[in-house]
Design a protein around this ligand. Structure first.
Ligand SMILES: NC(=O)c1ccc[n+]([C@@H]2O[C@H](COP(=O)([O-])OP(=O)(O)OC[C@H]3O[C@@H](n4cnc5c(N)ncnc54)[C@H](OP(=O)(O)O)[C@@H]3O)[C@@H](O)[C@H]2O)c1
Length: 293
């Protein structure tokens, strides 16, 4: 019997790492998850676990993801989001193996007011976006056989995310303020995990069209208000008390980091290699069905 392909994943308890771990088991793939407890990327050389494990491919599901925190922990954000992927790419080049790195819609300033393509210039507004952009460049400008996947508004049932915040509002106050002027395409973590793994497998097979920069999000445009409405309607249909939504502007929530207002991503490039974005409403409904009653 042939040995399964070894895929090293940086990250273990993060949203994407958990979604990768929860994918339908495939006999041809054996994941090895490297979380912070096993290797701290803010202090160590990210190439070390790769050279130790000698996998067939690497997926970087780790990162410094606290958008406001990055304004304060600037060096930590740079180490995680820029230095670590650069060192991963170097180790992958040495071993001749592919790398899939994950990035963000926050590399854009949100001022296009139309879906961004991979060819649009990236001009981040905050330090998180700047460090993520630097990580993209480090990987794309290296000689690594690599794919960089930008995504947005990732949700799942298992994480501290916007969906979790909405669920915590149930059975609480009568009203909830929701930002109405931010636009993006929400992405169900299991769909992102599937796409990222598919790219890794294509790269292992040597498929040239799987290299470079890709956008991968859910289909259809959203705002925080639209997501909240869907979750609160679902909760009411199950007899729960949900707050009335008070739409507000982003400026109603003062924050350390400036947010881009419209980061809808066009996914045509990844669609051309066979991956279809899925409507976020259907995926949110599916996610809600996985929650305990
Ligand atoms: N969440 C979103 O809405 C969103 C939107 C756009 C792009 N993205 C991108 O998607 C990727 C995955 O995001 P996510 O939502 O899964 O993030 P997450 O839930 O915040 O998870 C972050 C991951 O990074 C790892 N990590 C953090 N600090 C570390 C350190 N010092 N050493 C080693 N590992 C460390 C964590 O390790 P442990 O497993 O050990 O905790 C965890 O697995 C990131 O590149 C992010 O920028 C996310």
């Amino acid at each position: 019997m042939t040995q399964p392909l070894k895929v090293l994943v940086f990250g273990r308890s993060g949203q994407l790492a958990r979604a990768l771990a929860a994918l339908r088991p495939r006999p041809e793939v054996a994941f090895s998850f490297v979380g912070r407890d096993r290797f701290d990327l803010s202090t160590g050389d990210a190439g070390e676990p790769i050279r130790d494990l000698r996998p067939d491919a690497v997926i970087n599901a780790s990162g410094y993801t606290a958008v406001d925190g990055a304004e304060r922990d600037r060096t930590e954000a740079e180490r995680l989001n820029e230095t670590a992927p650069r060192l991963m790419a170097e180790a992958c080049i040495d071993l001749g193996i592919p790398l899939v790195h994950v990035s963000t819609d926050y590399v854009f300033d949100g001022g296009k007011y139309a879906p961004y393509t991979e060819d649009d210039p990236a001009t981040p507004l905050n330090h998180y976006g700047a460090t993520k952009r630097a990580g993209e460049v480090a990987v794309l400008d290296s000689d690594a056989r690599a794919a960089v996947v930008r995504t947005s508004w990732v949700f799942s049932a298992t994480a501290q995310n916007f969906l979790g915040m909405l669920l915590r509002q149930l059975d609480g106050p009568d009203e909830a303020k929701m930002v109405a002027d931010q636009h993006a395409r929400p992405t169900y973590a299991p769909d992102l995990a599937e796409g990222v793994l598919a790219l890794a497998l294509k790269l292992i097979e040597g498929e040239a069209r799987a290299t470079g920069l890709f956008h991968l999000t859910g289909a259809d445009d959203a705002t925080r208000v639209l997501m909240a409405q869907r979750v609160f309607d679902w909760a009411r249909s199950r007899g729960r008390k949900a707050p009335a939504i008070v739409p507000v502007a982003t400026s109603a929530f003062p924050a350390a980091a400036v947010r881009p207002l419209d980061t809808r991503l066009s996914c045509q490039r990844i669609e051309a290699i066979g991956m279809t974005p899925r409507p976020w409403r259907e995926r949110l409904d599916l996610c809600l069905r996985t929650l305990p009653a």
